[in-house]
Design a protein around this ligand. Structure first.
Ligand SMILES: [Zn+2]
Length: 222
């Protein structure tokens, strides 16, 4: 399957991307009331207020949990939507604590998310992101028929389990350059609690440095 890690390095453009994880364990925490929401609405409001185009990678389980939100995001011209597998399991044997999708199930897992996206988004993209950024030759081979392009990153935003907004802002601003793809998260809750607080300073500083913020589609258009 095709794979992109960053855009052209000769133009001052940066793509901010936001993943919406939802695992079986996270859904349990949601159902039990331990976590109120895995939709960081405050973050999306910030992006809208600052008119920031962004690419959002949604897990199938997240789309099932938030179908109306998914439709609203799809209808917003600022955003484009891609997929992030069905339930955020890993595509290599050892991908943090995410577990592993058996080789025989890889293609159907990704297709399941694509079908959900197609149902909710009238103009879905075929951008795809591996959970935890984990993949190998086997995964790329198995997923070739899925018709999706894997979108990697060159700037991990480090907002997962951050203790405050400052480390996120610093991490992004000190690593970003022409053509960068920045990964942050839009599920909020206990897993990414400070992304909304970090995004304002990140966007303002990037724009002050002369970067244009674009979607992955615009970035790769060259
Ligand atoms: Zn993820």
């Amino acid at each position: 399957m095709p794979l992109v890690q960053h855009g052209p390095r000769d133009k001052p453009r940066v793509a901010l991307t936001f993943d919406a994880d939802l695992t079986a364990l996270m859904r349990k925490r949601l159902v039990s009331g331990k976590v109120k929401s895995y939709y960081n609405e405050k973050l999306i409001d910030e992006l809208r207020a600052m008119h920031v185009p962004a690419t959002l990678f949604l897990t199938g389980m997240w789309m099932e949990q938030y179908p109306d939100v998914t439709r609203q995001l799809a209808a917003d011209p600022l955003f484009e939507l891609g997929t992030h597998t069905y339930d955020h399991r890993g595509f290599t044997k050892h991908c943090y604590t995410l577990g592993t999708v058996p080789r025989a199930d890889m293609l159907s897992d990704v297709r399941r998310a694509v079908v959900l996206l197609d149902r909710l988004d009238p103009h879905p993209t075929r951008w795809f992101r591996f959970p935890g950024g984990c993949y190998d030759g086997t995964a790329l081979h198995e997923l070739a028929p899925a018709g999706v392009t894997a979108v990697g990153l060159d700037v991990p935003g480090a907002d997962g389990f951050a203790k405050g907004p400052e480390p996120i802002v610093k991490q992004v601003l000190s690593n970003v350059r022409n053509g960068s793809i920045v990964v942050l998260h839009m599920h909020g809750g206990d897993n990414a609690p400070y992304t909304a607080e970090a995004i304002g300073p990140i966007v303002k500083t990037l724009r002050a440095r002369g970067y244009q913020l674009v979607t992955i589609t615009e970035l790769m258009r060259g």
